[in-house]
Design a protein around this ligand. Structure first.
Ligand code: GRF
Length: 205
């Protein structure tokens, strides 16, 4: 297979612990992918350092430098296509994506969300879960469409919510699962043995 078929990009805005999990998985053989580019909309994102330490190309694209969302997304699309990126992995990328980006990479954009979607979409999902009083929460990898945290679900993992939990302790328990399922989901999507049936992502063995 053409190696560029396994080119992925990771888009970040901050800490980059999921990026790190993806980097580690490519190194230890759990993920057969090549991270062609890491893009951040913030120059001070810690994840940029993680990428640089791993010898991965990085790019800062500050959304504030563009007049419109469309203009920003058109540049991102060019950046990614220029590097033959086949799958875009959002990992704490704090920008909503519109049609300009999503249409260019249909069913080629994944996101990780710290709740069991469709519960608790949007910001502070762990806090939302605690405040709602659910006894189980978790992590979701899903395809990205133009609606917030709403595309077809690829993988989920559940964790218990304990009576003693704070936002920090619950976030840490969920993050452990994020780091496990995101590389796995990327691998399974790159493998290509799946179809979309309605809203369902159906894997073939
Ligand atoms: C994660 O909790 C992820 O689910 C959410 O943003 C956070 C990013 O963390 N979308 P990190 O930058 O990967 O450490």
């Amino acid at each position: 297979m053409d190696v560029t078929q396994r080119n992925i990009a990771v888009l970040i805005s901050g800490r980059g612990s999921n990026l790190q999990a993806i980097i580690d998985a490519t190194r230890d053989g759990h993920l057969d992918a090549r991270i062609a580019l890491v893009v951040s909309n913030r120059a001070d994102a810690d994840g940029l350092t993680r990428a640089q330490e791993a010898g991965i190309a990085t790019l800062v694209r500050d959304h504030k430098a563009y007049a419109t969302r469309d203009a920003y997304e058109a540049v991102l699309v060019e950046d990614l296509k220029a590097r033959d990126v086949r799958l875009v992995c959002l990992a704490g990328f704090m920008r909503l994506l519109g049609a300009t980006f999503v249409d260019a990479f249909q069913y080629r954009i994944l996101n990780i969300h710290p709740a069991l979607l469709p519960a608790f979409a949007g910001l502070h999902a762990q806090r939302q879960a605690l405040e709602h009083g659910v006894k189980v929460s978790g992590a979701t990898v899903h395809f990205v469409d133009t609606n917030l945290d709403a595309g077809p679900i690829v993988l989920q993992a559940a964790v218990p919510v304990l009576d003693t939990d704070t936002e920090d302790t619950l976030s840490a328990r969920i993050l452990e699962q994020e780091h496990r399922i995101y590389p796995e989901a990327i691998q399974r999507i790159l493998d290509g043995r799946w179809t979309i049936e309605g809203r369902r992502v159906v894997f073939r063995n």
